[in-house]
Ligand binder design. Structure first.
Ligand code: GTP
Ligand code: MG
Length: 217
């Protein structure tokens, strides 16, 4: 099987960087937290979602992208994101913060309920243009990530891998993890052939991700 190279996203050109910057400097508002499919807002605009293991940095990434520290956190049930949280980004887009998967310390019944909702959402949302699957840059792709990737393959939802917490990974370990991720992604037909390496703390990759989201139509 031919292996896709999955290069790191390049810095956006100045024009696209500006388009991305402007989009995220504009209005961003928390719309609602959803606990069941019938609570989803109308599918009247394109949306992107952030999926990943519990604690990988989904909410922090939304805060970094929007430059609003508390926005994703503020809508949370204290501790963790347990609902599908919708944010409006300008007039034409939703950003969607998903509950983390693979969280071992919650009661099984609760975990099963979120997982069911997560699956229904990922499989059934017509306007979902891209799922960003967040992977900790220190740890690479785990078995639970594979499950979500398979689900996205079967739902034909394009997903792009975003490595998080780049500030915490030693340079010596970076290539090894990147190559582990590349190897895992090469088995998934729905994987978008580009990676984004980010740090919500330091700002790495944030301009790239803004312009990627701004360029989706
Ligand atoms: N050093 C560093 N820490 C980060 C970064 N991103 C997130 N964190 C930390 O990682 C922890 C988890 O971040 P969250 O954004 O809440 O993670 P989450 O994926 O939304 O977690 P759940 O909602 O529980 O699924 C927090 O303590 C963050 O401060 C990063 O880029 N660098
Ligand atoms: Mg969260």
């Amino acid at each position: 099987m031919e292996r896709l190279p999955f290069p790191l996203a390049e810095e956006p050109d100045p024009h696209m960087a500006e388009v991305g910057r402007k989009l995220f400097a504009g209005p961003v508002d928390f719309l609602k937290g959803v606990v069941a499919m019938d609570g989803l807002p109308p599918a009247d605009r394109i949306e992107v979602c952030f999926a990943g293991r519990s604690n990988v940095g989904k909410s922090s990434l939304i805060n970094a992208l929007t430059g609003r520290k508390g926005i994703a956190r503020a809508s949370n049930t204290p501790g963790r994101t347990q609902e599908i949280n919708f944010f409006t980004l300008g007039e034409e887009r939703y950003l969607v913060d998903l509950p983390g998967y693979g969280y071992a310390n919650a009661p099984l019944s609760v975990v099963e309920k979120w997982q069911r909702l997560l699956k229904q959402y990922l499989q059934g949302r017509q306007t979902l243009r891209r799922a960003f699957v967040l992977i900790d840059a220190r740890h690479g792709v785990k078995a639970v990530d594979e499950e979500i990737m398979k689900l996205l393959d079967s739902a034909a939802v394009t997903f792009q891998c975003v490595l998080t917490k780049a500030d915490k990974v030693k340079l010596a370990d970076r290539e090894r993890v990147l190559n582990q991720v590349r190897g895992a992604l090469s088995k998934h037909p729905a994987a978008f052939p580009e990676l984004v390496l980010t740090s919500s703390e330091k700002g790495d990759g944030i301009a790239s991700l803004r312009s990627i989201i701004a360029s989706l139509t």
